[in-house]
Write a protein that binds this ligand. Sequence first.
Ligand SMILES: [Zn+2]
Length: 310
Amino acid sequence: MAARRLLRRRSRPTPTAEARRDRPREPVGEATILVRPEVLRSVVRAAASEDLRETGGPLIGTVQRSWDGAEGRLIVAVLATVPPGPALNGRISSVAMGKGGDGERAASALRWWRDTTGLELAHLGDWHRHLPGAPGPSAGDRLTARRMREASSAGVWLTAVVVSEPERAKSFEVKGNLGRATELWSAAGEVRFYRQILGGRLLPIRIRLEPAAIPRLPALPWHVVDPVRFAAECRLLRAAGYATEVHAATPDGRPGVTFRLRRDGADPFTIVTASRYPREAPAAMGDRGLTPIRGWSPARFLADVVEAKR
Ligand SMILES: [Zn+2]
């Protein structure tokens, strides 16, 4: 019986080269989706911090094949997301991903993580926020997912929809000459994961939170998170007459960016920015090591620091 079934399967006409190319590259069967807990937390936190606007970001991770049975199985690990930047074009009912600044931010984050970790990371999908009452993917989401899946080389496309309602509790109290205001804020949200099957539908998929067996990616340095600020820093230094050499590392091995500055008629010098720059003051490199710049505020730029030194 088994042999006859095998023969019958073999006698099917062989697909043409074109049909073979159009065939789904992934097995339509099982895929195991592992998600790092921080990804869930970042998505819920980012969604809860936006009032009424839709917001979104990429899902970044790895795809591995496991040769279980005839069809095999994909092991998809969702390792990180890039929090939304100020450039994201959020509106009440749609969110424009990959447009303008945020698409570039996601691409440069992916590249930085690939270089830093050596992992074969891919853009696995996107998440975005829905307003409460509509937790499922919309017709537009299905269309986008199909388009993205066809363009993706990762072999898998995930869509995650987050619904969050930030809870705020406010209280006021007055006693004689004393006024007291308390605001409590908490972020809670639900994220639903779907998988786009090539040429098919967005199917709900089971996920597993995995805190130990898949790697946690390092925090992104500031110049990747905020490329607009980085470009402004370089432009202002150039306008001040400095030739700038940039290294995506610091002398003490912490994540950050080192600027080596040269200008005609001035001594070259080095400024080090840590990963929390510009919230954390930059430091000047001298004979005695790194000295934080005094009187720093995030409203200042590196060009202001070098101008003050002249
Ligand atoms: Zn949607």
